[in-house]
Write a protein that binds this ligand. Structure first.
Ligand SMILES: Cc1ncc(COP(=O)(O)O)c(C=O)c1O
Length: 450
């Protein structure tokens, strides 16, 4: 590192008098490095920008307690002899603008069921986004199929539709676009390729409640959509999930699959358990928690949207900070997280991890996005398993390894930084603190290196 000539001055200075000049009312103790004015970064022992708290998550509504204790006292805790799960399904289908909703134990079990429902079978291949939570591709393994990644577009954080066709083989039966962080994937282009190549589209909307594409809710644009209601989610219930679709026979099949194979609707009643299913049912208590949380979901979504738009406008003015770009047709993101890219060459080549630590030290919670999931050791474990060697010829697995190169996703993993959804429920002054802290780090990048 360059030798530093540091003259400490205890004077208070308007740090925003630097290149950006956006904020004039905030100040930090300053000193100079090589003649340049510096505010002391909190990571170097200076005062932090944000000293207060951030909104907690999840938020409990005591008004829901009576419904829950009433249900507990009846002993009707499972969906088979209670009405609450069915009530939730009706409300959620209405909220999504879908004909049907099936509640499940989790987002993972929703995806496993939906994949099986659209016909994914052992030895098939399923295309999937690589910039995602592990469950998006684990569910493909659970259906004994091979996940094949389609590279990401670093600007949108999403699967790049122009890269889909090259990954299709004669074994490919479905595609899982993941609306990661609630950002709408380019569904027109994805559906067009799927139609042309006869693939089913299973939307992983596990982070995308109330997000919209061309005015329609995410999760209702493919053949079927899946949601998660795990505790950190914008609609939380500890655990929980849902499948939505307008396809009645597919939803009957999913219902049977998630209920031990019991026949539902159009599923032929050839026996008490005509198909091979599992138990992925939601419990009554989850449905009651969800219905109480649904009372706030739209209001919260509107606050997140307004704050996200404010951050978009402010953060894009800071060199080296690039907020997500919405694809054509995206009408609303769900903001499970607020993502941006950090371009380290604008920050004195300081690695992203150090930038994140510096921002945390300023009192702003944030973290890196997903890692390079295509390099997850889980793949070699699965590809080398006895079952996979039986299901796929060695030549296909060799080709999978050779083609497992995702430059767009590598770049994205290198640059992505995210704020949690609860941060976006803060006030305008919380948002200003985020902008001030990043501006402060940018202005003082010369002293950012550890
Ligand atoms: C993109 C994505 N897909 C699937 C899941 C799985 O959902 P669950 O944790 O409810 O099983 C999650 C959960 O975090 C997710 O973020």
């Amino acid at each position: 590192m360059k030798a530093r000539k540091i003259t400490r001055r205890q004077a208070i200075t308007a740090a925003s008098a630097g290149a950006l000049g956006t904020f004039v009312n905030w100040s930090f103790p300053s000193f100079t490095i090589d003649g340049r004015e510096q505010a002391k970064l909190a990571i170097n022992g200076g005062e932090k920008v944000h000293t207060g708290t951030w909104p907690d998550w999840p938020v409990w509504d005591p008004a829901a307690e009576k419904n829950i204790t009433d249900m507990l006292r009846t002993g009707r805790w499972w969906r088979g002899n209670g009405e609450h799960v069915a009530d939730f399904e009706k409300r959620y289908a209405d909220l999504m603008g879908a004909k049907r909703c099936l509640a499940t134990a989790s987002g993972t079990t929703a995806l496993i069921t939906a994949l099986k429902g659209v016909g994914v079978d052992a030895g098939d291949e399923v295309l999937v986004s690589p910039f995602t939570f592990i469950a998006s591709y684990n569910v493909i393994f659970m259906n004994k199929a091979l996940p094949v990644f389609v590279d990401s577009d670093p600007e949108t954080f999403l699967l790049d539709p122009s890269k889909i066709e090259a990954r299709i083989t004669d074994r490919t039966t479905a595609i899982i676009p993941v609306h990661i962080y609630g950002l709408p994937a380019d569904m027109d282009r994805i559906n067009a390729v799927a139609k042309k190549r006869n693939l089913k589209v299973v939307e992983d909307a596990c982070q995308a409640w109330l997000g919209e594409y061309r005015g329609k809710k995410l999760g209702t644009l493919g053949d079927v959509g899946c949601f998660s209601f795990q505790n950190s989610k914008n609609l939380p219930a500890g655990e929980g999930g849902a499948i939505v679709s307008n396809n009645e026979s597919l939803m009957d099949l999913c219902n049977s699959l998630h209920n031990c194979g019991r026949p539902v609707g159009t599923v032929p009643r050839t026996s008490a358990y005509p198909i091979s299913g599992s138990n992925f049912r939601m419990q009554q208590i989850q449905a009651l928690i969800l219905m109480s949380q649904m009372n706030r979901i739209q209001k919260d979504a509107d606050i997140r949207l307004a704050n996200a738009m404010y951050l978009d406008a402010k953060l894009k003015e800071i060199p080296g900070i690039i907020p997500y770009k919405l694809c054509d047709g995206a009408t609303r993101s769900a903001y499970h997280l607020y993502p941006f890219r950090y371009i380290n060459k604008e920050f004195n080549n300081v690695p992203k991890e150090r930038f994140i630590r510096a921002l945390n030290a300023e009192g702003i919670p944030c973290s890196a996005g997903y890692g390079q999931q295509n390099k997850d050791g889980l793949f070699e474990e699965q590809l080398n398993s006895r079952g996979f060697k039986r299901l796929f010829p060695e030549s296909r697995l060799k080709q999978w390894r050779e083609e497992n190169v995702l430059p767009g996703n590598d770049k994205l993993c290198n640059e992505a930084v995210v704020f949690y959804q609860s941060i976006l429920l803060g006030s305008r002054s919380h948002m200003d603190d985020i902008v001030k802290a990043i501006t402060k780090i940018y202005e003082n990048r010369a002293s950012l290196k550890g």
